[in-house]
Design a protein around this ligand. Structure first.
Ligand SMILES: Cc1cc2nc3c(=O)[nH]c(=O)nc-3n(C[C@H](O)[C@H](O)[C@H](O)COP(=O)(O)OP(=O)(O)OC[C@H]3O[C@@H](n4cnc5c(N)ncnc54)[C@H](O)[C@@H]3O)c2cc1C
Length: 130
């Protein structure tokens, strides 16, 4: 693999993806390396899973309050395993969507430059190699 780029971005989180796309749109040769998953902390460990957990907790609170709003038989069971599966499915759908966005960007803009990006993203880059 050759490393002949104007900009080499380490990390495909929100910052890295935005920087790589913006730079590529100016016509420079860009590559981006990611050691874990597309979307970085926000998609995989931060904003997205946190918000889903908060939403799930809100249903329990609504359930507690429902009785005073006239609801009866509001007993519900929370299935952690099912919930975590849904969280992972949601994150997978974001990975898919990001990947499609990159492909569309590739088609519209600087094909070869973005090909480099996708090529590196598809390879497992070891920490010590970067
Ligand atoms: C629990 C939690 C909840 C959050 N909630 C919110 C929220 O609600 N709203 C909000 O705006 N922000 C939130 N954040 C903050 C948000 O996640 C970060 O601001 C954002 O992810 C930063 O983006 P980034 O691209 O700078 O870094 P990151 O998203 O951290 O991306 C860095 C990427 O670089 C990769 N990387 C690192 N080193 C290497 C290497 N040597 N080689 C290859 N790849 C490497 C990592 O694997 C990672 O994918 C939250 C954060 C956490 C932890």
């Amino acid at each position: 693999m050759t490393f002949d780029y104007d900009l080499f971005v380490i990390g495909a989180g929100p910052g890295g993806l935005a920087a790589a796309k913006k730079a590529a749109s100016y016509g420079v040769r860009v590559a981006i390396a990611e050691q874990e998953a597309l979307g970085g902390t926000c998609v995989n460990n931060g904003c997205i899973p946190k918000k889903l957990i908060v939403y799930a907790a809100d249903f329990a609170l609504q359930n507690q309050m429902a009785h005073s709003y006239g609801w009866s038989d509001c007993q519900r069971h929370f299935d952690w395993t099912q919930f975590i599966q849904s969280v992972h499915q949601h994150i997978e759908s974001i990975h898919h969507s990001y990947s499609q966005q990159l492909q569309q960007f590739l088609a519209k803009n600087h094909k070869k430059l973005i090909m480099n990006t996708l090529h590196l993203l598809s390879l497992p880059v070891q920490k010590q190699q970067v």
